[in-house]
Design a protein around this ligand. Structure first.
Ligand code: KE4
Length: 429
């Protein structure tokens, strides 16, 4: 089953001599699963190929952006045409208006939005505008949630924070984090406790409406509405970090799926269609704080980049076609059922958490509903599963603190092949 990894190994050897850990984002280094990171050469649809010529069915999908799969023809064409017209101007362009109007159609709570280039920038800016609008200092986040590498939000952070055991990053002075409050995900009582005595100075509660960075953890029934009610009660702005869930769970993201409206929303990943684009937005009253209208400063050289937005608008228009989310649901449900059945057949205790076309297979018999539950999950078994699947041409996330994504390009045959491989791997765990 062993597949050649010589070229990846050679490239990794060179990479570590030029970049920290040989990567440009920590999770890519395979730190929590071990082994040689695969250097990829190309992707098409639901498949990717590494530099040694190995082919894989891809469930990473660039960590979420590629909901249409790799290199969809219409997206590639739109990006090429936009590039030929000039890749960046640092001046307003029509595609930015089209993107903003498209997002407003899908997210009724967004009256004005500002494009930025990464989810980190979107989260940083959304918390800043919340502080500007309310005049308050504190921001409450949840243990295990990840909002990019914003200084003040690198507290009990998920994703990379969890994978490398640094939920509170080095280099973030206490002064930066002192206004950050932390509560337990899916636990409204913990929110009430944390807010007791500080609600009047809390500008925002920022939450992943479906957590995707401690593995996938859906909100318990009532959790999101409870946050909504607490925010309304205390004059706190509710920020939904929909960088993953926006356009993933529905055209209107988690807000459409769960029927809870945020005061501010961050978006990313899918709205760039595989290119760097993200956004934050909310009511006109709040967003009038943002320069040049108001006193809150935020700017960006490549914000609203016309090539990225040509890819993003093309992607969103494809998602507006009838039947897309039903297809994603059907494929993802097929995968969830197949993996769960394979584990049961092998007598391996697993919990598969899924919301729409994002899911995580946890190796535990306990329910996984917050960051503390990760202590019951076997990272060793996940690593063995990951490599067993990789050796069989199936690429899951190199960490169980991440999500697996299904795209519209994944076929029933892809899912069947994945489940067949899982049966073999789980039987050997
Ligand atoms: P970026 O700055 O990476 O574009 O977005 C940060 C971000 C914000 N909010 C949520 C909910 C996110 O999931 C992310 C980024 N997600 C990670 C995957 N867990 C990106 C992959 C990586 O860090 O390499």
């Amino acid at each position: 089953m062993n597949r050649p990894t010589d070229r990846s190994a050679q490239l990794f050897q060179r990479a570590v001599g030029a970049m920290p850990g040989g990567v440009n984002s920590p999770v890519r280094a395979f730190g929590s699963v071990g082994g040689t990171p695969r250097f990829l050469q190309r992707g098409a649809g639901s498949h990717i190929w590494d530099v040694d010529g190995n082919e894989y069915i891809d469930y990473v999908c660039s960590w979420g952006p590629l909901i249409l799969g790799h290199a969809p023809q219409a997206v590639v064409e739109a990006a090429c045409q936009a590039t030929r017209r000039g890749s960046s101007f640092g001046a307003p362009t029509e595609i930015e208006v089209q993107m903003a109007e498209l997002v407003k159609q899908c997210f009724p709570g967004i009256e004005l939005l500002r494009m930025v280039s990464s989810g980190t920038e979107a989260a940083m800016s959304a918390t800043r505008v919340a502080r500007a609008y309310t005049g308050r200092s504190k921001v409450l986040k949840f243990d295990g949630c990840w909002h990019g590498h914003v200084d003040a939000l690198l507290v009990r952070a998920g994703s990379t924070g969890l994978q490398y055991g640094v939920p509170d990053s080095a280099g973030v002075p206490q002064g930066c984090a002192s206004d950050t409050l932390v509560a337990r995900y899916n636990d409204l009582d913990s929110v009430r406790q944390v807010l007791a005595g500080s609600a009047d100075d809390c500008a925002a509660i920022i939450v992943e409406p479906v957590a995707g960075n401690m593995g996938v953890i859906p909100p318990r029934p009532g959790f999101l509405q409870g946050l909504r009610d607490l925010c309304t009660q205390h004059g706190i702005l509710l920020i939904f970090d929909e960088v993953i869930t926006g356009f993933r769970l529905a055209l209107g993201g988690a807000q459409e799926r769960y029927g809870v409206r945020a005061d501010l929303t961050t978006l990313g990943k899918i709205i760039g269609g595989g290119f760097p684009a993200a956004a934050y937005g909310g009511s006109a009253e709040i967003m009038h704080q943002v320069s040049p209208l108001g006193p809150m400063v935020q700017a960006g050289t490549l914000s609203g980049n016309p090539v990225a937005l040509a890819a993003g608008v093309t992607t969103l228009r494809a998602l507006q076609q009838p039947g897309v989310y039903e297809l994603l649901e059907e494929r993802a449900a097929q995968l969830e059922a197949g993996l769960s059945e394979a584990a049961q057949r092998a007598g391996v205790p697993v919990r598969c958490n899924r919301a729409g076309s994002m899911m995580t297979l946890f190796f535990t018999e306990h329910p996984v509903t917050d960051a503390d539950d990760l202590a019951h999950c076997s990272s060793e078994r996940y690593a063995a599963f990951f490599h067993g699947m990789l050796d069989r041409g199936i690429a899951f996330a190199p960490s169980y603190c991440e999500a697996a994504f299904v795209s519209t390009a994944h076929t029933p045959e892809d899912i069947e092949q994945t489940v067949a491989a899982a049966r073999e791997v789980l039987a050997q765990l």
